[in-house]
Design a protein around this ligand. Structure first.
Ligand SMILES: N[C@H](CCC[C@H](N)C(=O)O)C(=O)O
Length: 275
């Protein structure tokens, strides 16, 4: 009886980070990657046994509309470090734009498709990547927190002593608590710095820990703080543990459009790993 034959292959990957939110990037335009292998994706994101990352992102062709003029430059497929495919990743989207440029798929402007729809993005002369996020039409304001979806679900809560706040313990308690059921949510803790500046720390669903930055989280915090009247600015600076992001938007009758998330998206290293 033949034992099962393990066919190994060399996977080429690029490592990127956007304000400390880091990702394993794979050019999967040939569709070779075993996307259903949750265990492999979690292994690749493991910081000791694998490459390490908060998530893994596949760059694919936008084949759905490939025979139509509306085909976009590429498709984004996002996985959290737990190996499960998930909702939109703002920092990951920005890093994917930088990766697409390195692959000569785009120049300095692009439109791509992701799980939450179309995204336009530009790479500035300063190298910063500005990514358009989805419009936000519903912001749920509760007594001591705000909930909204900016491509991923976000709970936003002001705290006094952000520096010493136990993000993992307090974040996990809300994420796994009764409020968000099986789906859960990302949990953001916020402190106001000045009229248009906030600091935030995020417990990320699917990473199940604090990350150094969360792009959809920063976007959620900026909109939530405007809704709460903490700022009237429509361009807001967000200090995250891994750097600084800027979120801008238009607001009319409680609807947020032209929402942009801007910040660095940097290549760290490339390599191959046997899978
Ligand atoms: N962990 C998030 C997705 C990634 C969000 C974050 N990395 C970002 O930059 O937006 C979720 O499962 O909802």
């Amino acid at each position: 009886m033949l034992d099962s034959i393990q066919i190994k292959m060399q996977l080429e990957f690029h490592k990127y980070q956007g304000t400390g939110n880091d990702f394993v990037m794979v050019d999967n335009r040939s569709e070779f990657f075993p996307k259903e292998n949750t265990q492999l994706i979690a292994h690749l994101c493991d910081r000791r046994f694998g490459i390490g990352g908060d998530g893994l992102i596949l760059l694919e062709n936008d084949t759905i509309a490939s025979n139509l003029a509306t085909a976009t430059d590429f498709k984004m497929v996002y996985y959290n470090s737990d190996g499960n495919q998930s909702s939109m990743c703002g920092n990951g989207g920005r890093c994917l734009v930088a990766f697409a440029k390195k692959l000569n798929v785009i120049e300095n402007e692009t439109t791509f498709i992701a799980t939450d729809g179309l995204h336009h993005a530009t790479i500035g002369d300063d190298g910063l990547v500005s990514l358009q996020m989805i419009d936000v039409d519903e912001v749920k304001v509760n007594a001591d927190y705000v909930f909204l979806n900016t491509g991923s679900p976000h709970h936003v809560q002001l705290v006094d002593d952000l520096e010493n706040y136990n993000i993992k313990e307090n974040g996990a308690a809300i994420r796994y608590g009764d409020l968000y059921g099986k789906a859960g949510s990302n949990i953001n803790f916020v402190k106001q710095i000045d009229d248009n500046t906030f600091s935030l720390r995020t417990y990320e669903r699917g990473v199940e820990d604090e990350t150094l930055s969360c792009g959809t989280g920063a976007t959620a915090v900026a909109i939530a703080m405007n809704v709460l009247g903490k700022t009237n600015a429509s361009s807001i600076d967000l200090n995250v543990e891994g750097g600084k992001l800027v979120v801008s938007f238009d607001k009319k009758d409680g609807h947020f459009t032209n929402v942009f998330l801007k910040g660095p998206a940097e290549f760290v290293f490339k390599g191959t790993i046997e899978i």
